[in-house]
Ligand binder design. Structure first.
Ligand code: NAD
Length: 374
């Protein structure tokens, strides 16, 4: 089977969908891997590294010619995939809801498009979960970016010239990114607290040595919520949460917000009036900026200042760690492909009834087949 690895063309994309390690592993399964020239440059992987791992490095047209499986990060448009074999499989973070036309075009072009971000949150798929691998890095980088923008130190320092008090960091939304943000802020020496609507996160927060801040007496989301995700909370809960957050926020120096609800705009967690209660020089990183933001006044992709507080509208932070994000993403793809690899056919075979396949498959046989997308 001919596998094509593309150089990404989406603005701001730094990652690559394969690394030398996964090229070797795909080759060991019997695939012929073709990598577009320069594909790994921003991730610190040279063409030479790819060819030493057994890939053929070539210009795009040669890479695509007859390819049966195309590996991408941000999905290319269907018309940029001329030359691929009929029925070729396209794998990537295809952003289906925001790229509806591109998805229809994949269908019309006869491609089998698989959206990796729609991987079900089930145990069997953990090693294939691109949202987790990328969110984990984003949670880390959010704290690093906050520390860089903060005009004070994170850890307590007792020096001959006096004591520097520790930064107080508050993490709102304790999914994959939030957990890593807690761990990173703790490692840097901040005093960390965190909140979520899912009661199951209370123990996780404590186990990382942070203080849980929870609405008491009003039901949030018991346990893990559907598919592990949060849903929308009641009006009563939102009111109680806003009050609790108000008192707590005024004492914080660093706030990282990560709250998302699948298929809905990000919940608003911090109002402009609440920002105004924070000490000037404080920093908020809003990891939900792309989904509308958790913080009033946040602008996706920009740093804005409100009441002396810097609000960083973080977008796709995993891209700012291209070597690690590519490596984890590439391994997610390999784990996915190898789980479905049929040795006799020499290619992955995706059964229609498989839970993972049903989750990720957008198009097949000329049409859009995803229930979620329809
Ligand atoms: P996410 O990115 O969808 O949301 C981030 C967090 O924001 C979640 O913890 C959510 O509960 C929280 N949130 C939503 N609304 C909120 C509000 N109003 N106030 C405060 N917090 C709010 O979540 P995620 O990182 O994708 O993780 C979601 C779940 O999936 C977690 O339970 C995680 O452990 C689980 N998970 C399972 C697997 C697997 O089994 N394969 C893999 C990854 C994650």
């Amino acid at each position: 089977m001919k596998v094509a690895v593309l150089a990404e063309t989406a603005p701001g994309e730094t990652r690559v969908a394969a690394i030398p390690e996964t090229v070797k592993k795909l080759s060991a399964l019997g695939a012929s891997v073709f990598v577009e020239e320069g594909a790994g440059r921003q991730a610190g992987i040279s063409d030479q590294d790819f060819s030493s791992a057994g890939a053929t490095v070539a210009p795009r047209a040669e890479v695509l010619d007859g390819a049966e499986l195309v590996l991408s990060v941000s999905g290319p448009d269907a018309d940029a995939l001329g030359g691929v074999a009929p029925g070729a499989v396209l794998v990537g973070i295809l952003d289906p809801f925001r790229r509806r036309e591109a998805v229809s075009a994949y269908g019309s072009a006869g491609l089998e498009a698989l959206a990796m971000e729609w991987m079900p949150r089930i145990t069997r798929a953990q090693s294939m979960d691109v949202l987790s691998s990328q969110s984990n890095l984003a949670g880390y980088k959010a704290v690093i970016d906050a520390a860089a923008a903060y005009g004070r130190a994170f850890p307590m320092m007792m020096t001959a010239a006096g004591t520097v008090s520790p930064a107080r960091a508050f993490i709102m939304g304790v999914g994959v990114a939030g957990l890593q943000a807690i761990a990173t802020a703790r490692r840097l020496g901040a005093q960390v607290s965190a909140t979520d609507v899912r009661s199951a996160t209370r123990e996780q927060i404590q186990s990382l040595g942070a203080k849980p801040i929870f609405v008491e007496g009003v039901a949030g989301i018991e346990g893990e919520g559907q598919g592990g995700y949060a849903g929308e909370t009641s009006e009563e809960y939102r009111k109680a949460q806003a009050e609790l957050v108000s008192t707590h926020l005024a004492k914080q120096d660093i706030v990282i917000t990560t709250a998302l609800i699948p298929g809905k705009p990000a919940p608003r967690l911090i109002s402009d009036a609440q920002v105004a209660t924070m000490r000037p020089g404080s920093v908020i990183v809003d990891l939900a900026a792309d989904a509308g933001g958790n913080v009033e006044g946040c602008v996706a992709g920009e740093n804005v200042e409100r009441h002396g507080v810097t609000i960083i509208g973080a977008t796709n932070l995993a891209r700012s760690l291209p070597a690690d994000s590519s490596a984890l993403y590439a391994r997610n793809l390999f784990n996915f492909l190898s789980a479905f690899w049929d040795k006799e056919a020499g290619r992955p075979v995706f059964p229609d009834e498989d839970e993972i396949v049903k989750g990720v498959r957008l198009t097949k046989g000329g049409t859009v087949v995803s229930e979620r997308f329809a």
